[in-house]
Design a binder for this molecule. Structure first.
Ligand code: SF4
Length: 391
C-alpha cells in the first residue's frame, strides 16, 4: 500500500496505543511514570534525532488528517480524546507547512522501501473491479454464451479452431453477439475453413453471414484473409499481433483477442466499444480517450498484466447488462458511489409536457438496450431488409 493516507492511519494507530495505555494507567500511576521518565531522561536525550522528528510529525498528521478516517473505530475515539487534551506548548509553525514537511518525510520512507509513489493508477479501481466481478458472477451476459470463445467447433483440428476464432471476431465487429453466433453456426454447417471460404462464391457467403453488420465488406475481407491464410499459413492464422493486423479487416482489438483465445497468449487488452466506454466512465484513464486504441494504451500503462485477459470479458458483459451505452443502470450498479459518471447519463424520466409526438424510430430489442433503425439495405437474396445496429 503506497497510499499516504494508509501510512498515516497506521502511524496514528500506533500513537493511540501508546497514549491509550497512558490514560488507562490513570492518576495512580502518574507519580511512578514521572519517576521513570526522570530516570530515563538521559536515554531520551541520546535517541536519534530523525526518530524524534518523525514521531512528532506523525502526531501532527494524526491531528490534521483525522477527518479523512473512513470509520470511527475504538482507536479513533481514543485518538480524538487524546487530541483534545491541552498541550503545554503551542505549535509554532502554521498547519499547512507542517503537512508538507510530513509528506516529504513519508516520500523518503517510500523511496527507501522501493514503493513507487509517482506511478498513476485510478484511486478506487481495485474495489470497483471487485464490484464488477460480483455483478458478473452470474455469467449470464450474451458474451458469456455467444462470445468468440463459444463460436468455434471444439471438435475441429487446432488450426481450424483458430481460423474459426478469427472469423467470429471479424464478424462480431458492429454486431450483436446473438447475430454473430447465428452466422457462425451457419458458416460451420457449411464448412468454416479457409479452403471452404475461398471456394464459396460471394453471394452464398453473404447469405451465410447475413445480417451481421457491414456484411458486404465482411464478405470481401473474409475472402481476402482466407486467401492469405491458405497460401502463407496452410489455413492457420499467424501467431503474432503483427501478423494478424496485416490481414484484411483485422484490427488491434481482434488481434489481441485472437492471440488470447486462439493461441492462449496475452499480448494486449482487447478494447471494444464496451471497454472503451466503461473505462472512461469509471475514470480508469489518466485522461479521457476518444477511441478504443488510445484506451488500450492508457489501460495498459497501469493495469496489471495478469488482468489484461479478464478485463475484456468482465467489461463487455458488464456493458451488456448494467453499464449500458445509453441510460446505464446506475441505480443498481455497485459502483454508483465511487463512479464519477454515475447518474450523469441516465437522468430521471419525467413525463413530457406538450402535444404527443410522432412515434420514435427507436425500438427495444432487448431489455435495457436501446437500438435504432439507422440503415436500410438489400439482403443477399435481393429483398429489402432493415439492418438494426446498436448505438
Ligand atoms: S455507476 Fe453507472 S456509469 Fe458508473 S459504472 Fe455503474 S452503471 Fe456505469
Amino acid at each position: 500500500m503506497s497510499s499516504p493516507f494508509f501510512t498515516q492511519s497506521r502511524t496514528a494507530t500506533t500513537r493511540v496505543t501508546r497514549s491509550g495505555g497512558g490514560q488507562r494507567s490513570g492518576g495512580t500511576l502518574a507519580a511512578a511514570l514521572r519517576s521513570r521518565l526522570s530516570g530515563r531522561q538521559s536515554e531520551a536525550n541520546t535517541a536519534p534525532s530523525v526518530e524524534v522528528k518523525v514521531e512528532a510529525e506523525e502526531e501532527k498528521v494524526s491531528e490534521q488528517e483525522e477527518p479523512f478516517t473512513a470509520a470511527p473505530s475504538t482507536g479513533d475515539k481514543l485518538l480524538q480524546q487524546s487530541t483534545v487534551q491541552p498541550k503545554p506548548e503551542p505549535e509554532a509553525s502554521p498547519p499547512r507547512r507542517r503537512r508538507r514537511l510530513v509528506k516529504l518525510e513519508y516520500e523518503k520512507e517510500d523511496v527507501a522501501s522501493g514503493i513507487k509513489t509517482e506511478d498513476w493508477e485510478p484511486p478506487a479501481w481495485k474495489r470497483q473491479l471487485e464490484f464488477i466481478r460480483d455483478m458478473r458472477s452470474g455469467r449470464d451476459a450474451p458474451v458469456d454464451k455467444m462470445g468468440a470463445e463459444k463460436c468455434y467447433d471444439a471438435g475441429a483440428p487446432a488450426h481450424v479452431r483458430r481460423f474459426q476464432v478469427l472469423v467470429s471476431l471479424m464478424l462480431s465487429s458492429q454486431t450483436k453477439d446473438q447475430v454473430t453466433a447465428a452466422a457462425m453456426q451457419k458458416l460451420r454447417t457449411h464448412g468454416c475453413t479457409a479452403q471452404n471460404v475461398l471456394a464459396t462464391d460471394d453471394k452464398t457467403l453473404g447469405e451465410l453471414i447475413y445480417p451481421v453488420g457491414f456484411w458486404r465488406n465482411k464478405v470481401k475481407y473474409l475472402k481476402r484473409t482466407s486467401a492469405v491464410l491458405q497460401e502463407e499459413f496452410g489455413g492457420d492464422i499467424p501467431n503474432s499481433v503483427e501478423g494478424l493486423v496485416r490481414l484484411p479487416g483485422v484490427g488491434p482489438k481482434m488481434a489481441h483477442l485472437a492471440m488470447d483465445i486462439a493461441w492462449n497468449q496475452v499480448s494486449g487488452i482487447g478494447v471494444d466499444t464496451h471497454v472503451h466506454r466503461i473505462s472512461n466512465r469509471l475514470g480508469w484513464l489518466r485522461k479521457p480517450t476518444k477511441n478504443p486504441e488510445d484506451t488500450r494504451k492508457a489501460l495498459e500503462e497501469w493495469l496489471p498484466r495478469e488482468l489484461w485477459s479478464e478485463i475484456n470479458w468482465l467489461l463487455v458483459g458488464f456493458g451488456q447488462q448494467v453499464c449500458l451505452p445509453i441510460s446505464p443502470l446506475c441505480s443498481v450498479c455497485l459502483n454508483q458511489f465511487s463512479c464519477p459518471s454515475a447518474h450523469r447519463s441516465s437522468p430521471a424520466k419525467r413525463p413530457k409536457s406538450g402535444p404527443p409526438r410522432s412515434p420514435s424510430p427507436r425500438i427495444k430489442a432487448e431489455p435495457g438496450r436501446d437500438q435504432t433503425i439507422n440503415q436500410k439495405t438489400l439482403s443477399p437474396t435481393g429483398q429489402r431488409r432493415v439492418i438494426i445496429c446498436a448505438i
